[in-house]
Design a protein around this ligand. Structure first.
Ligand code: MG
Length: 329
């Protein structure tokens, strides 16, 4: 039975979904449900979950219900599924809100979730609990007692992944190693990127982060640790719920964690802990100008003195830094 299933060693399921002349490869946790698969397909195709007709996805001879776990469907390795359904234009529009419109978005962000805020909605809290239970973290360097936690995105945060160059170092954000070295004094460092672990490992190796003598990375998290949420403002979107880390590592919490990302909706489950970093793009033109990481290293040193990060508004980090320069400055 288990040899026949499309469940890999790490408890993941790999599927190919045929839709509208395309073949989409989808990888999810074996304990993710058909509803999670629908969310993942919505992200890729913009076909709303309720409008998706999934053929040959059966449980006990009947169409599998949304609550069914993918690992329980007896899917063969490389299983193929057919999906029918048309994209929703409204979702397309919601997902293409320019991140640059910061002021406008902040207003929307404040109003997100007229009824129950997204991070408190039971269905998302339950998803996070499943990630805490089922997502396997490979700890490279154990968390150190008394340190804070810094969670970092990769693309456009540490690295310009779209420009072309001969080597990773040409696309690396300036002062990356200085930044990580400085942060490591007060923070354990986690890398979280919305791609596969293989890609993350490779990228960190190419950037010289994995084996740097002056700092250590605690662990990497990939897209399987993320969850999909339905947000009024962003439509169906993925985000990086820090509670996955907080649930797995009891010494970590909103009180001692800060997360950098250039994509605001990644913070949807933990808005207060997120600092939206200016994206590092067009590396060739900006390599000599971008000092964001130098300044943010100072911000991290400054707030590291605080007992609790809960009162900080990271959006105002530059103003905070002016008023509270780090002690060794
Ligand atoms: Mg990014």
């Amino acid at each position: 039975m288990s040899g026949e299933a499309a469940v890999e060693d790490e408890g993941t399921v790999q599927l190919t979904v045929k839709w509208s002349g395309q073949e989409l490869d989808v990888r999810l946790l074996a304990t993710d449900t058909v509803a999670d698969l629908r969310d993942a397909l919505c992200l890729r195709t913009r076909v709303l979950p309720a409008r998706q007709k999934l053929l040959n996805l059966k449980l006990g001879g009947r169409p599998a219900p949304d609550s069914a776990e993918l690992g329980a469907l007896g899917l063969r390795p490389g299983a193929r599924i057919m999906m029918m359904g048309s994209p929703e234009e409204a979702i397309a529009a919601a997902n293409e809100v320019p991140e640059e419109a910061a002021g406008v978005l902040d207003d929307f962000f404040e109003e997100e979730g007229g009824e129950v805020p997204i991070h408190l909605r039971p269905e998302y809290v339950a998803k996070v609990e499943r990630r805490v239970r089922d997502y396997k973290v490979e700890v490279k360097n154990p968390l150190r007692e008394g340190k804070r936690l810094l969670v970092l995105d990769i693309d456009y945060t540490l690295f310009d992944h779209r420009s072309v160059a001969d080597s990773g170092s040409q696309l690396m954000r300036p002062y990356l190693h200085e930044f990580l070295t400085s942060a490591y004094r007060d923070y354990d460092i986690v890398i979280w990127s919305a791609t596969s672990m293989r890609w993350i490992d490779e990228k960190m190796r190419l950037l010289g982060v994995s084996a740097h003598p002056d700092y250590k990375i605690a662990f990497h998290l990939d897209n399987l640790a993320m969850i999909t949420v339905h947000s009024e403002h962003y439509g169906v979107t993925e985000c990086k719920p820090l509670a996955v880390i907080w649930g797995k590592f009891p010494d970590t919490s909103a009180a001692n964690t800060i997360m950098f990302d250039d994509v605001r909706h990644n913070f949807l489950m933990n808005r207060q802990s997120g600092l939206r970093i200016r994206p590092f793009r067009q590396a060739h033109q900006n390599r000599d100008k971008d000092v964001e990481l130098l300044l943010l290293a100072r911000y991290l040193r400054s707030i590291a003195r605080l007992e609790d990060f809960g009162a900080l508004r990271h959006r105002d980090w530059e103003r905070y830094l002016e008023r509270h320069p780090p002690p060794e400055d």
